[in-house]
Structures are given as structure tokens and as C-alpha cells.
Design a protein around this ligand. Structure first.
Ligand code: NAI
Ligand code: UGA
Length: 484
């Protein structure tokens, strides 16, 4: 079989960009991206795509209607496809056994059932969603129990490693493409088909094949390792603040060791995004189920440290603002979980804002890409507050950062958008209440310049002598007489 028709179930952050790139690089393949959400498909077919991702628009514009189609006609697309990617969401379960930790596979199961029901010929089914180890086995069971006579399926694992904000670049130049398949002749043939698709643009040495279970676990392990690096440097940032060391200098010195490497060592207000926490919790749950409590506890600590970091930052804001933010206006710069995306899933900004709102602060929020309605929805959502009406009165969303800072006591930077570095902070200082504070949760601003302008400046993993006078903790750290 040579793949001519690809269907992707799930037109989200993964399915949309991934299949757009496949369509772009493989003009000989027809690609149908399907979703149960009519709204999402409508947006993919419009000028305003449902997700913001640099360069995505150009790729979609070039391929849409040529060999790239977005449709709600799920059954027809499955029927016509030789190869089907499952790219649906696999969130943390919010009910039943494993609530709050296990991955919810109900969407995956629904896809498997639909595929079995409508397929009239042999197909390759590819798990692109991030799933627990041995999920492919469950998919195989569902498919084989519901398959029409004469139809057969091969299941592959092909996890996605793209990061939001750099998705197109990651897809075009991946560090690796991982394909896991059944160790049999039919399995190898299916792996070869998927490899052929990637061969259109990915060098062969970057395409790795493994067993299905290794592939599934490698995805969870990769995200766990990445998150662990962020939590490790964030743990060090707390030590830096208490001792007077500078986390940027420490990270740079540590990262120079080629065995450690310099990437993913930027201390921050905490990691966010839809996947790190979800995948860590999933790993913890799997380890617990396999009676490996020490392994579970080890990875649990990575997410606990993340919660500690964002809470610590929020508490520090209150502490510096003379222990009260009630009725004070604070300008919040950034709400997305990282720059170059409009995604707010698990954004640390949500949690820091929620803490400040709990303390009675008024928040003037500015983010260049997140929609107003999304910010309001996130901050009033029942998992964050049981007082949505009170919260609504305390938040205001701004299109203009200079208006957001008017009469504010502080600027709180929660996303590392490049444009924040270029703002005219002198102009901002003039219209703010005094003393004016900056809390840089992303370490992106020119702190020396801010201090010169008169801002009391606080950041992650570093303290400035002048401002530290305002703070009680760690003030007289006895370097040579430390007792635990
Ligand atoms: N967001 C990211 O950057 C990355 C996500 N992943 C993984 O990829 C998977 C998808 O993630 P996202 O794209 O972010 O999710 P998403 O929530 O943006 O998109 C999932 C889409 O699947 C659709 N869907 C769910 N069930 C369906 C069904 N039965 N039939 C048709 N459509 C259905 C939903 O309507 C939604 O539009 C997850 O497992 C995630 O862990 C992996 C790498 C990167
Ligand atoms: O499975 C997934 O969903 C994806 O998760 C992450 O991608 P993503 O969450 O989009 O973004 P990252 O760049 O990894 O950043 C995650 C969070 O960590 C934070 N971070 C990252 C790096 C760093 O040094 N410090 C730091 O605080 C970011 O600000 C962000 O909040 C991984 O990088 C991808 O490889 C993976 O495919």
C-alpha cells in the first residue's frame, strides 16, 4: 500500500499544524483534518484560524483546498483514508478512578469505535495523542472486537514533540520523529508507510523506530524530563533569592557542562501548558498502579515544585506591596502560558492572578494574543473560584498596556512576550502610583534600567539590594553560620 489519503481526527494544536505541514510537504497525499466541533472546523476554513502559531497561516493558505481539507464529515474522511492519525485531547480525568491524575481516554476510545464501525478496507491507525503506556493495546482490542469481516488494522504510536509557539519550525526540523510499531512483518510494513510520509522532508537518521510501548513511554518520559529541568532550576531560584546568588548566572554556569546542556534552564514563575502537568500526573498514576511508589513520589515532586514556585511568586507580590493588595490595581502583562501562543491551558498566569484576586486585588490584564473572553472564562471558572461575580468585578482586560498601568501600584509580568521588553517604562512609571513596583516573573526586563527609573524591582531567582530592604525574609543570611 502507498498512502494516498490521510485523515486526522482532532483539529487542535497538534492535529491542525501537523497535518498542515504534511499536506504542504506531501502534495501527493490528500489530507483531511476532521473534528466533532463545528466551530473549530469553521475557524480552520476561515481567515482567522482557531489557534495562533507563527507561520501556520501561510502553510494553511497554500494547501487548503488543494490537498488539505478541514471538515466535520468524520465518517467519510475515515472511510476514504489509508492512514488515520488520532490527535484528540487526552486530558487529566476529572471523575472516577484515577481522578485528578490518570489520562482520560474517552475521546481515544470514541475514535477507535468510529474507525471500526465505518472502515471498509485495511487501515493504519496512528496514535499521535499522548497516551499511557499500552494504550495501543486497548485500541487494538476495541478495533478487533468491532471490525467488519475482511478488514484489518495496524496500530502505530507516533507521539508528537512540537512545542507551541514554535510548532511549524519544530515540525519542519524535528530533533526526531518517533514511530513505534508491532514487532511483526505487518507491523514493520505499517512503520515503513508512515516513515515514507516523513521521508518527504525529514532526514532518515532522524526517524527512529521502536516497539509500541517504548514509543508511548518515551513521550511521557520526554515531557517529564523537560518539566523536571524547569522545576530543578526553579528550586535553585528560591535558593538564589534567599542567598543573594543570581539564578541566571547559576543556570549559565551549570548549563555550560556539555553533559547538562543549556536549554530549558530558564527559571520562571512556573511551567504551564496543557501537557507537562497532565503527563507528569499520568506518569505518577502509572507508577502507583504498578506498585512503584518511590517512582511515583519522585515525579510527583516535579509538579509539586511547580505549584510551590507560582504560589511563592504570588505571595512575594503581596508581601512586597506592604502585605496587602486589597483594592490595589495591578497591571498584569501576559496571560498565555508562554510567548507566541494564545493558549492559556494551565498557564501560571491563571494561578498567580487567582491568588491576587483572592487577596482582593484589581487586575488590569494585557496579553497581545489571548482573547478577552478567554481570560474572563479562565478566571471565573469553578476550578479557580467559587465567587465568579466578585472576580468579574475585579478584572479588566486592556488592549493598550499603557492604559493598563494607569494608577496601578505594580506591573506583574507573567508571560515572556518580546514586546514587553520594548515598552516605554519611563512613560509607565509616570502614570503609576508610587512607589511603583515591577514583578518580573519571566526575567525578561532590563532590571537595572527599571531601578534607575525608580521602580522597585523584583524578579525570579535574584534580589536587588535596595528592594530587599522592603523584605524581611533572607535579609541577614549568615553565610558562615548556617544551621538548618
Ligand atoms: N498542545 C500541544 O502542544 C501538544 C499536545 N500533544 C498531545 O496531543 C493531543 C492533542 O492535543 P491538542 O491538539 O493540544 O488538543 P486540542 O484540545 O487542541 O484538540 C483536540 C481536538 O480533538 C477533538 N475531538 C475530541 N474527540 C473527538 C472525536 N471523537 N472526534 C472528532 N474530534 C474529536 C476536539 O474537539 C478538539 O478540537 C493530546 O494528547 C496532547 O497531550 C502532544 C504534543 C504537543
Ligand atoms: O507534549 C506537549 O504538549 C509538548 O510540551 C512541551 O511544549 P509546550 O508545553 O508547548 O511548551 P514549552 O516550550 O515546553 O514550555 C512549557 C512551559 O515551561 C516553561 N518553561 C520552559 C522552558 C524553561 O526553561 N523555563 C520555563 O519556565 C514555559 O514558559 C511554559 O510555560 C514540550 O516542549 C514539547 O516537546 C511537547 O511536545
Amino acid at each position: 500500500m502507498v498512502v494516498k489519503n490521510v485523515c486526522c481526527i482532532g483539529a487542535g494544536y497538534v492535529g491542525g499544524p501537523t497535518c498542515s505541514v504534511i499536506a504542504w510537504k506531501c502534495p501527493d497525499i490528500q489530507v483531511h483534518v476532521v473534528d466533532k466541533s463545528e466551530m473549530r472546523i469553521k475557524q480552520w476554513n476561515s481567515d482567522k484560524l482557531p489557534i495562533y502559531e507563527p507561520d501556520l497561516e501561510d502553510v494553511v493558505r497554500e494547501c487548503r483546498g488543494r490537498n488539505l481539507f478541514f471538515t466535520n464529515n468524520i465518517e467519510a474522511a475515515i472511510k476514504a483514508a489509508d492512514l488515520i492519525f488520532i490527535s484528540v485531547n487526552t486530558p487529566t480525568k476529572t471523575y472516577g478512578i484515577g481522578k485528578g491524575r490518570a489520562a482520560d481516554l474517552k475521546h481515544i476510545e470514541m475514535c477507535a469505535r468510529t474507525i471500526a464501525e465505518v472502515s471498509e478496507g485495511n487501515k493504519i491507525v496512528v496514535e499521535k495523542s499522548t497516551v499511557p503506556v499500552r494504550a495501543a493495546e486497548s485500541i487494538t482490542h476495541i478495533l478487533s472486537a468491532n471490525t467488519k469481516p475482511g478488514v484489518s488494522f495496524q496500530i502505530l504510536s507516533n507521539p508528537e514533540f512540537l512545542a507551541e509557539g514554535t510548532a511549524i519550525d519544530n515540525l519542519l526540523n524535528p530533533d526526531r520523529v518517533l514511530i513505534g510499531g508491532e514487532e511483526s512483518e505487518a507491523g514493520a510494513a505499517a512503520v515503513a508507510e508512515l516513515t515514507w510520509i516523513y521521508n518527504h522532508w525529514v532526514p532518515p537518521e532522524r526517524i527512529i523506530t521502536t516497539s509500541t510501548w517504548s514509543s508511548e513511554l518515551s513521550k511521557l518520559a520526554s515531557n517529564a524530563f523537560l518539566a523536571q529541568r524547569v522545576s530543578s532550576i526553579n528550586a535553585i531560584s528560591a535558593l538564589c533569592e534567599a542567598t543573594g546568588a543570581d539564578v541566571t548566572q547559576v543556570a549559565s554556569a551549570v548549563g555550560k557542562d556539555s553533559r547538562i546542556g543549556s536549554k530549558f534552564l530558564t527559571a520562571s514563575v512556573g511551567f504551564g501548558g496543557s501537557c507537562f502537568q497532565k503527563d507528569l500526573l499520568n506518569l505518577v498514576y502509572i507508577a502507583e498502579c504498578l506498585n512503584l511508589p518511590e517512582v511515583a513520589m519522585y515525579w510527583q515532586q516535579v509538579t509539586d515544585m511547580n505549584v510551590y514556585q507560582r504560589t511563592r511568586f504570588a505571595k512575594r507580590i503581596v508581601e512586597c506591596l506592604f502585605n496587602t493588595v486589597a483594592d490595589k490595581s495591578l497591571a498584569v502583562f501576559g496571560f498565555a502560558f508562554k510567548k507566541n501562543t494564545g493558549d492559556t491551558r494551565e498557564s501560571p498566569a491563571k494561578y498567580v492572578c487567582s491568588h491576587l484576586l483572592e487577596e482582593g486585588a484589581r487586575l488590569n490584564i494585557y496579553d497581545p494574543k489571548v482573547e478577552k473572553i478567554q481570560i474572563e472564562h479562565d478566571l471565573t471558572c469553578p476550578t479557580l473560584t467559587n465567587e465568579p461575580e466578585r472576580v468579574k468585578k475585579l478584572i479588566e482586560i486592556f488592549d493598550d498596556p499603557y492604559e493598563a498601568v494607569r494608577d496601578a501600584h505594580a506591573i506583574v509580568v507573567l508571560t515572556e512576550w518580546d514586546e514587553f521588553k520594548k515598552f516605554d517604562y519611563k512613560r509607565m512609571h509616570e502614570v503609576m502610583k508610587k512607589p511603583a513596583f515591577v514583578f518580573d516573573g519571566r526575567k525578561i526586563l532590563d532590571h537595572k534600567a527599571l531601578i534607575k527609573l525608580g521602580f522597585h524591582t523584583e524578579t525570579i531567582g535574584k534580589r536587588f539590594t535596595r528592594n530587599s530592604l522592603l523584605r524581611s525574609s533572607g535579609e541577614h543570611f549568615p553565610a558562615f553560620a548556617w544551621t538548618p
